[in-house]
Design a protein around this ligand. Structure first.
Ligand SMILES: Cc1ncc(COP(=O)(O)O)c(C=O)c1O
Length: 485
């Protein structure tokens, strides 16, 4: 009998022949190598040539504990695999989903006590919108049952309910905000470029102004800016018909466009408007949850008091594909009746191995005092990044916690931005490659005005801040002279 030695797979060739990468111009690899990342440690990853990179994007804003906990988290996954590799949350429960739900209820602010699990951020957003749509229906059905139980005394209410307004189903997001790619989540997205290929999307979503203050009139006060934003939100609700809107969905700090933080009074105002028109407020914490802003949830930092939180990424530090929707007691209430249920489910929602990994991640975050570390280092990180404001091409530094963006400008005095051709030359023609060559992973993004997004693992300290700024300083200096030439 002859034995054949297996030929090792040529990863580069196989990647080019078979792998379909996400949001990637595949044609760009006709003459260039696909970057293949093979291992990680702390805040660093290594490619197939053995070159190390400081991952100032934490994967995709998501490897919150960094890359060094594979052994420990892997052990938790292995133990769960041995005990119960899979069971579902359809009709049944299992210990890890119950424990994780209880843990999230204890970490989330206020009475956000109920958790519906799914496999990632898009599914979480999709689920939040579906939940909001069904919430109003379940609530009115519940009321109808109560009224029907006492038809004599509640006759007037019954008559009024015969003329119930149309269902609430519309959603409001913000311009440029990213909320995922499934059709529902994509419809809430406010990024024209990624919506366009899939139009018509789910209709009746409106996008209101985001909290980008950099290009507002220079004499506008913070109070005036807040008023402008809240007026815009209220005008949208009124134009859509308040009785038809079920959801306002926004990030505590908006990622796309470059870490837009809220002005003073903004979230208080958004909450008040949602209360006034009886609309559910959903905080998209897919990025901002689990320490990125120095709190378990950004909702706590800004006292948002949402009815719903969507979470994913940092929930497991991306060691597992898990997300969830966390809802208040008010939101679950109409679903607690004997004959009521949320008509929604996903096979892998609450997968026991994913839950075991998320539980271990949270245990590590507590033990390593990751949240405290972010709070203790936030000012130092910001101050280190602020050195880059001396460069002529860096117009603005914004963000909070470990979540920052630098806006790149053509003219710092007038805040003039680059044209789309110039952005193409600057970002795709130069920056992305130059940063990668220099050993730094961060994101050059021009879905709005051109920005560099910096969002490292939450274990990063001064040495990493200095390295980020050192590399950015050199590469951005070169970029500025390239754009002048
Ligand atoms: C705010 C926000 N919501 C939702 C999503 C979608 O998450 P996922 O890519 O896990 O589907 C993302 C992804 O980056 C996000 O940043």
């Amino acid at each position: 009998m002859t034995t054949t030695t297996p030929i090792p797979l040529d990863l580069q060739k196989a990647a080019k022949d078979h792998l379909w990468m996400h949001f990637t111009r595949m044609g760009g690899f006709a003459a260039a190598d696909v970057p293949i990342i093979v291992r990680g440690e702390g805040c660093y990853v290594e490619d197939s040539h053995g070159k190390r990179y400081l991952d100032a994007l934490a994967g995709l804003f998501s490897v919150n504990v960094g890359y060094s906990f594979g052994e420990e988290i892997g052990q938790a996954a292995l133990e769960q695999m041995r005990e119960l590799p899979f069971y579902t949350n359809w009709t049944y429960a299992h210990p890890r989903a119950i424990e994780l739900a209880a843990e999230l209820a204890s970490l989330a602010p206020g009475d956000l006590n109920r958790v519906f699990f799914c496999s990632g951020g898009s599914e979480a957003v999709e689920s939040a919108w579906k939940l909001a749509r069904q919430y109003y229906l379940a609530r009115s059905q519940r009321k109808m049952q109560m009224v029907l139980a006492e038809p004599e005394t509640r006759h007037d209410e019954l008559v009024a309910m015969m003329h119930t307004p149309p269902r609430r189903y519309k959603a409001i997001g913000r311009h440029l905000a990213y909320h995922g790619t499934t059709l529902g989540a994509l419809s809430i997205n406010g990024i024209p470029g990624i919506r366009a290929p899939f139009e018509p999307l789910i209709p009746e979503v409106r996008h209101v102004s985001n909290t980008n203050s950099y290009h507002r009139p220079s004499d506008e006060t913070e109070t005036e800016f807040t008023r402008f934003l809240l007026n815009d939100l209220e005008a949208a609700i009124l134009a859509m018909g308040p009785e038809t809107v079920c959801l306002v969905h926004m990030e505590p700090v908006q990622n796309a466009g470059g870490s837009f933080t809220p002005p003073e009074g903004y979230w208080r105002g958004v909450r008040e408007i949602c209360d006034r028109y009886d609309i559910l407020l959903s905080a998209d914490e897919v990025i901002t949850g689990f320490g990125r802003l120095g709190y378990w949830f950004g909702s706590e930092r800004y006292d948002i008091r949402p009815d719903i939180i969507t979470a994913a990424k940092g929930l497991s530090s991306s060691y597992a594909a898990i997300g969830g929707v966390i809802a208040t007691d008010k939101v679950i209430e109409p679903f607690l009746d004997a004959t009521s249920m949320f008509s929604h489910g996903i096979t892998f929602g609450g997968h026991p191995v994913m839950c075991a990994i998320a539980l271990k991640n949270i245990e590590i975050m507590k033990r390593e005092q990751i949240i405290e570390h972010v709070r203790d280092n936030e000012q130092a990180f910001r101050a280190t990044l602020a050195q880059l404001l001396d460069l002529p091409i860096v117009g603005d530094l914004r963000g909070a916690g470990y979540f920052y963006a630098l806006e790149l400008v053509k003219d710092k005095d007038t805040r003039e931005t680059f044209s789309s051709d110039e952005c193409e030359k600057l970002l795709r023609g130069f920056l992305s490659n130059a940063l990668f060559e220099a050993g730094l992973i961060c994101r050059a993004d021009d879905r709005g005005d051109p920005v560099l997004q910096i969002s490292p693992p939450l274990v990063a300290g001064q040495a990493e801040f200095d390295e980020i700024v050192g590399i950015l300083g050199e590469v951005l200096t070169e970029a500025a002279s390239l754009m002048r030439s």
